[in-house]
Design a protein. Structure first.
Length: 275
């Protein structure tokens, strides 16, 4: 009997986006070449996704760049996807960066191991004393709008719009990569001033327990998540970011068997989403 039609995937990416220290396009060219082994794949820019998504069995959002550069188009995409009941990868109910950075305030308030974070002037006293503080937009990404200040303060009228955190003295940053809550690999930046010069990292059991707390909290059954953390001078891991919208994977920084295992697991995850 002839085989049935292959599932079709709309792969959302901005191949022209220029990220510091990373080549988004290379990663997506590789991933789409491998997804084509099982799916019919078409690429589109995030600004075009809303108009095209109803012609495909699933939509995979990958290296589409910071949403604030095309917020109106992204909001239209989310509304259209929900209207159609489209299968989106990652699903649109993520509680991490997909929904802005309110989660950092919520997790900090709930006592999770995150960099202490507040978003209201009345709560500035909850932050520990520090030589410097970080102020950044709640809807920011890729360090857009980030600045350092000597005193923890918020401009008038900025409540709920900006985040304030102490600037942490850390040894290194480390990222944990998951598919469908399954750990895949970890990478770290041994030099704090070179965030994207990454090397393979062998996490301890305690490291993985730390990362899994946030993956479980996020309740995404399908999709790719990256848990970014910093290790303080005292050796403690603190969450920096929970990337659940379009996390860059740094697949060029892992060994070929690890990259192959990741791609195989991703294909299985998309198949499961379509089942």
């Amino acid at each position: 009997m002839p085989a049935g039609p292959r599932p079709s995937v709309l792969y959302v990416t901005d191949l022209a986006y220029e990220a510091r220290g990373r080549r988004y396009c290379d990663e997506d060219i590789h991933l789409t070449s491998r997804l084509r082994e099982e799916f019919d794949v078409a690429l589109c820019h995030p600004r075009d996704a809303a108009a095209l998504l109803d012609g495909f069995d699933a939509v995979v959002v990958r290296n589409s760049g910071p949403v604030l550069h095309y917020q109106e188009a992204y909001d239209a995409f989310r509304a259209r996807a929900r209207e159609l009941g489209a299968r989106v990868y990652n699903p649109l109910h993520g509680r991490g960066d997909m929904a802005g950075k309110q989660y950092l305030v919520d997790l900090s308030r709930a006592g999770f191991p995150v960099i202490p974070t507040v978003d209201r002037a009345a709560d500035l006293g909850l932050l520990p004393e520090a030589p410097e503080y970080v102020i950044k937009p709640k809807l920011g990404a890729d360090s857009v709008g980030l600045r350092f200040v000597r005193e923890a303060a918020l401009p008038e009228g900025a409540d709920g719009k900006l985040l304030v955190q102490p600037r942490i003295d850390f040894r290194h940053e480390v990222s944990f990569y998951f598919i469908d809550r399954d750990f895949q690999y970890a990478l770290y930046a041994p030099h704090p001033d070179k965030r994207w010069v990454l090397e393979p990292y062998a996490p301890s059991a305690a490291d993985l327990e730390f990362a899994r707390k946030f993956v479980e909290w996020n309740t995404l059954d399908h999709g790719i998540q990256r848990v970014d953390a910093c290790r303080t001078a005292q050796g403690e891991l603190l969450l920096v970011e929970l990337e659940d919208l379009n996390p860059y994977l740094s697949l060029d920084r892992v060994a070929q068997p690890v990259r192959e295992a990741f791609v195989t697991r991703m294909k299985a995850s998309v198949r499961d989403l379509l089942a």
